[in-house]
Design a protein around this ligand. Structure first.
Ligand code: IPM
Ligand code: MN
Length: 369
């Protein structure tokens, strides 16, 4: 029996509710396949600011660094904070930066049973299978200066978009390597007609692509990509882009799947553990304070993030596939949280959705080894 150590950070709002369902699913998989997942929980975000005075304490960061992988919920309050000082978002930004998790994988697939729950005509969604590789530790999120200050002409605000060649190189290389396991097509998304960072991005992407003669590289401007994602989403294979463009495009892309509550993510760097690549796994959605505690949140993005954790960080691809199959079977039977409900489906709570996935796992797998 192999022991794995997971740091579990539920965070704020719906974060703890959805993470709880993901942990239950992991424990069921562990029991079924003979693994133990030892989980250690810690506070992050507003919850940690309230209790510990900081969004991400040194102890929590150390706990994460020593784990095999991190399961993360969501952080953030009801309104974006306009003043300086500790922000709940510092927790996730601090983890990404401190742990050098520069590549954020956001796969987008369409479950056939959910096509009716989307805003799209069915034929448009046929064959959609893409993954966005979002650069996660550079760009506007981390460039300094970043502040609001008083100037002679009045109050001004400044953010800085900064990329080094090396930062662009490693994430583009990551995307090209990933494309080799897929349809060998990479779309690099930028705003090279306006931004210096994007012009460097394009140059470096071209250079890196020469190492991958078997991978086709295309460039697309971000505004045009936002449109193409709706018009011909099936044309995309791997999209690689800078931090903020990736943030925006993936919320958009979640509509192809049917809901923001469906998209998982894996944040990876170069560090490996005894089991695989070290990483942080989180749904792409936020803390949704408006529905926190109501049992309405969709836990599937968190559960699918746990599947990515098994695949990428623990080297357990069969177990990951078992979770994904259980999720697909659950929605195929019409079990839905409100965000993906249709007139004929059965609307259930967050916890009942977790139960439904657990039941499919119990049904579908062979007896324990
Ligand atoms: C995401 C979120 C975060 C981001 C926020 C909470 C800082 O929107 O993971 O997409 O912008 O990266
Ligand atoms: Mn986002």
């Amino acid at each position: 029996m192999t022991h794995y150590h997971l740091a579990v950070l539920g965070g704020d709002g719906i974060g703890p509710e959805v993470t709880n369902e993901a942990v239950r699913v992991l424990q069921a998989i562990g029991a079924r396949y003979g693994h133990t997942f030892a989980t250690q929980t810690a506070l992050v975000g507003q919850a940690a600011i309230d209790q510990e005075g900081t969004a991400l304490s040194d102890a929590t960061l150390a706990l994460c660094a020593q784990s095999d992988a991190i399961l993360f919920g969501a952080v953030g309050g009801a309104t974006a904070q306009l003043t300086g000082g500790a922000k709940p978002e510092d927790a996730i930004l601090g983890l990404r930066k401190a742990l050098e998790l520069f590549a954020n994988l956001r796969p987008v697939t369409v479950m056939p049973a959910l096509i009716d729950a989307t805003a799209f005509k069915p034929e448009r969604l046929h064959g959609v299978d893409l993954v966005v590789v979002r650069e996660l530790t550079g760009g506007l999120y981390f460039g300094r200066p970043s502040e609001i200050r008083a100037e002679a002409e009045g109050t001004v605000a400044i953010d800085t978009m900064l990329y080094t060649e090396a930062e662009i190189e490693r994430v583009v290389r990551f995307a090209c390597t990933l494309a080799r396991q897929r349809r060998r097509k990479v779309t690099s998304v930028d705003k090279a007609n306006v931004l210096s960072c994007s012009r460097l991005w394009r140059q470096v992407a071209e250079r890196v692509a020469q190492e991958f003669p078997d991978v086709a590289l295309h460039h697309m401007l971000v505004d045009s990509c936002a449109m193409a994602l709706i018009r011909q989403p099936a044309d995309f294979d791997v999209i690689v882009t800078e931090n903020m463009f990736g943030d925006i495009l993936t919320d958009e892309a979640s509509m192809l799947a049917g809901s923001l509550g469906l998209l998982p993510s894996a944040s990876l760097g170069t560090r490996t553990t005894a089991h695989g690549r070290f990483g942080l796994y989180e749904p792409i959605h936020g803390s949704a304070p408006d529905i926190a505690g109501l049992g309405q949140a969709n836990p599937l993005a968190a559960i699918l993030s746990a599947a990515l954790l098994l695949r990428h960080s623990l080297g357990l691809p069969d177990e990951a596939t078992a979770i994904e199959a259980a999720v697909a079977a659950t929605v195929a039977e019409g079990v839905r949280t409100p965000d993906i409900a249709t007139p004929t489906s059965t609307v259930v709570t967050t916890h009942a959705m977790g139960d439904a996935v657990l039941a499919r796992i119990a049904d579908s797998l062979p007896s324990p080894r």
